[in-house]
Design a protein around this ligand. Structure first.
Ligand SMILES: Cc1cc2nc3c(=O)[nH]c(=O)nc-3n(C[C@H](O)[C@H](O)[C@H](O)COP(=O)(O)OP(=O)(O)OC[C@H]3O[C@@H](n4cnc5c(N)ncnc54)[C@H](O)[C@@H]3O)c2cc1C
Length: 330
């Protein structure tokens, strides 16, 4: 029996779309392999999450408990994950492409003697083999890989797999696994935790993203993007240039070394369209650009574009949305 494991670190409030995606991918893979799906919840945990994990396809839920896992600490988490994967004889471990997932996956793979593939947009079981799909060349093509060995650690790209319909009332076999971890394993400790002020939906979960680049000219420029995003129920992102300038937090960065996003609509404002930025938005359904340079490469990737200074275009767009809503009586 092939065991597929979904490694989850769940934030207070319960399972989010990211975790539901990993579970959904795991369910499909386990079905294709004729195996089982175990949701492994590392660290802080609540019994109510069992039902959520079951609703998205988990056959089993294992809560891994240890005082040292109460807060995320990479070495402790990886060691706990290694032990549970070994105990479950996991053939495939799936992790989300969150900051945690991306940090843990390669180290876990090394410890398990496993292969690791990141940025996975599809993992299916066919004829007993795991077939993995991963974008290459900045999202211009997809590569298909067949795993020749087990175990495997796969990091799933956010919003790349369809979430299974939630089966309310589904039940999974649940258990607690107490692990003995040496506190000396931790090579770092959390000195202070600062909650970043955030409004609205996370970039990874956003359906609409409005991103600004160096063309915004400063932090002030992002205020209009924020206003527009607020009106459309979207989230504001940025290019690396804007983050490096300190205009917006680094966590807003989208691209090769930032977040990979897959919204329905991506509006790129004052962003030239460097390949390292485009890698992060290859999963977007519709890309629209506003740039004052008609030769900006972003227009080659965009479905629609406006050659205009954002200072003219975005306020005009805000006014248009207001008028449209007023006409509809909203
Ligand atoms: C290893 C590596 C990793 C990287 N990772 C990332 C990454 O993850 N994400 C990322 O974004 N970049 C990344 N970069 C940087 C990347 O190469 C580009 O430098 C960066 O994306 C450029 O950001 P930008 O488009 O905002 O700025 P620019 O390239 O300077 O473009 C600014 C654009 O704004 C337009 N503009 C100017 N004023 C206005 C105005 N008033 N109204 C409308 N348009 C205007 C200009 O015409 C121009 O097209 C990486 C680079 C390297 C080497």
């Amino acid at each position: 029996m092939k065991n597929v494991v979904a490694l989850l670190i769940v934030a207070p409030g319960g399972l989010r779309r990211t975790e539901a995606e990993v579970l959904s991918a795991g369910r499909r893979l386990a079905d294709g392999l004729g195996g089982t799906l175990t949701a492994v919840i590392l660290g802080a945990t609540e019994a109510s999450w069992d039902g959520d994990a079951a609703a998205y396809g988990a056959d089993r839920v294992v809560h891994v408990e240890h005082a040292g896992l109460a807060e995320y600490q990479a070495e402790m988490m990886v060691e706990a994950a290694r032990r549970v994967c070994a105990a479950l004889q996991a053939e495939v471990c799936l992790a989300p492409s969150s900051t945690y997932g991306l940090e843990m996956a390669p180290v876990l793979a090394q410890k398990l003697g496993a292969a690791v593939v990141t940025d996975v947009i599809g993992a299916l079981g066919e004829a007993g083999q795991v077939k993995i799909t991963k974008p290459v060349y900045g999202g211009k093509a997809n590569s298909e890989l067949i795993a020749r060995k087990a175990p495997l650690v796969l990091v799933m790209r956010a919003r790349s797999v369809a979430v299974l319909e939630r089966k309310a009332g589904a039940a999974a076999e649940t258990s607690k696994l107490e692990v003995q971890l040496d506190a000396g394993l931790a090579k770092s400790r959390i000195v202070e935790r600062k909650q970043e002020a955030s409004t609205g939906v996370r970039l990874e979960d956003a359906r609409i993203i409005i991103s600004g680049g160096r063309g915004m000219g400063g932090a002030e420029g992002f205020k209009v993007l924020d206003e527009l995003a607020g009106m459309l129920g979207g989230t504001v992102g940025a290019s690396r240039a804007a983050c490096d300038q300190g205009w917006v937090p680094a966590s807003w960065q989208i691209g090769q070394t930032g977040k990979k996003v897959a919204p329905e609509l991506y509006l790129a404002v004052g962003i030239s369209g460097a390949s390292q930025h485009l890698v992060g938005i290859s999963g977007a359904k519709h890309i629209v650009a506003v740039n004052k340079d008609e030769k900006a490469p972003i227009f080659e990737t965009s479905e629609a574009g406006v050659v205009e200074d954002y200072r003219t275009m975005i306020p005009a767009l805000i006014e248009a949305v207001k008028k449209h809503r007023a006409a509809q009586g909203k």
